[in-house]
Design a protein around this ligand. Structure first.
Ligand code: COA
Length: 260
């Protein structure tokens, strides 16, 4: 795919996807969602890539939401399709990706922007970041998983307040709420995300994939997370990564994981 609204940089087995529509504060239009869908799938299939960082271009925004201009005249049917295809193509895809996804929240993360960050496996923000789900101010509700993921991350009461007031919270408040794991300066944001991704990339990709699925299983109402964990734990014993990890420990050397 010929990318117009995103670009990808790869270094040391880490890919950085930058959403690049700075004049529109990186708002997610249909094309951007398609491009992100393709990019996440391709990077996930690339066994050399051990972690993905997603961020926004410019100094102002991570992503200021879904592109309001694109859905302003939508019907009920189109609104339903917008949420359902977006959730499937991007937000559920990211949440269930085998490769860890870190959201580097470098500015406004509003609506679909915060929903994208929340679909990621964890988040790091810069001091200037502002996060919110302002949809009710437009006569909408969050449609890309925000009503589900925000309460799970910060608790029901805080999420209800954020959704109902449509207000933005600061990076420090997001840290206090556990919505982001760290808050640093803009200059330090990508280096810190790369450092965390680097730590991840030393570990077994096949085990990380199982860990992501096991953690996510606990948030799925039709899956017994503990039963899932037992099965996944058992499956790890059949992988080359397990043999390599345990041998390296016993031989007092650094493990060289292949990911299978
Ligand atoms: N969809 C489409 N365009 C958007 C957008 C969005 N979600 N967010 C920002 N933009 C566009 C603006 O229309 C503007 O375009 P223009 O220069 O062609 O007029 C440009 O990005 C810059 O935004 P602007 O509003 O001028 O910047 P600001 O610094 O004054 O305000 C925000 C920043 C984030 C507070 C404001 O842009 C905003 O409220 N955006 C919408 C947030 C939202 O409701 N998101 C949820 C959508 S469901």
């Amino acid at each position: 795919m010929d990318y117009q609204n995103i670009y990808i940089e790869e270094e040391d087995q880490i890919a950085v996807i930058t959403i690049d529509r700075p004049k529109k504060l990186n708002a997610l239009n249909k094309r951007t969602i398609e491009e992100l869908h393709t990019a996440f799938n391709e990077l996930d299939e690339d066994t050399d890539i051990r972690a993905i960082i997603v961020t926004g271009s410019g100094e102002k925004a991570f992503v200021a939401g879904a592109d309001i201009a694109e859905f302003a005249d939508f019907s009920v049917k189109q609104g339903h399709a917008l949420a359902s295809s977006g959730q499937e193509k991007l937000f559920d895809l990211v949440e269930n990706l085998s490769t860890p996804v870190i959201a580097a929240v470098n500015g406004f993360a509003l609506g679909g922007g915060l929903e994208l960050a929340m679909a990621g496996h964890f988040r790091v923000a810069s001091f200037n970041a502002k996060m919110g789900l302002p949809e009710v101010s437009l006569g909408l509700i969050p449609g890309y998983g925000g009503t589900q993921r925000l309460p799970r991350l910060i608790g029901r009461g805080r999420a209800m307040e954020m959704i109902m007031t449509a207000a933005m919270i600061s990076a420090d408040k997001a840290l206090e709420f556990g919505l982001v794991n760290y808050v640093v300066s803009q200059e330090e944001l990508l280096p810190l995300c790369r450092k965390l991704a680097g730590k991840i990339s030393n570990n077994s990709p096949s085990a990380i994939k199982q860990a992501i699925k096991a953690v996510n299983a606990g948030y799925s109402y039709d899956t017994d997370g503990y039963a899932h964990e037992i099965k996944a734990f058992g499956e790890c014993f059949g992988t080359d990564d397990f043999k390599e990890g345990t041998s390296a420990f016993l031989e007092k050397r650094k493990a060289n994981f292949k990911g299978s």
